[in-house]
Design a binder for this molecule. Structure first.
Ligand code: SF4
Length: 89
């Protein structure tokens, strides 16, 4: 398991929900039609646009696919050292 910091920029998010379709255990839409970040197993907070989550490799692959699916690239992912791993810089 590794830790990743997941951030949704609510100003970029247009509520297209492809991230929710691919990774519903990580992303859900709130009442403002913005994707917020769930922590697997803990109570979701509908305005949490940024969160550190523990993931195994397959969960991480799914997370990257969800981020790639976002039409506005509103999802940012950082590894434990704080390096941005998506979108690639
Ligand atoms: S795919 Fe992107 S635009 Fe669509 S809900 Fe997710 S973060 Fe928002």
């Amino acid at each position: 398991m590794s830790q990743y910091r997941i951030k949704v920029d609510p100003d970029l998010c247009i509520g297209a929900a492809s991230c929710v379709t691919i990774s519903p255990e990580t992303f859900q839409l709130n009442e403002e039609n913005k994707a917020y970040v769930l922590d697997h197993g803990t109570e979701p907070t509908e305005r949490t646009y940024e969160r550190v989550v523990e993931m195994d490799d397959s969960e991480k692959e799914q997370l990257i696919m969800a981020a790639q699916s976002c039409p506005t690239l509103a999802i940012f992912i950082y590894d434990e050292s704080g390096t941005q791993i998506f979108p690639e810089v």
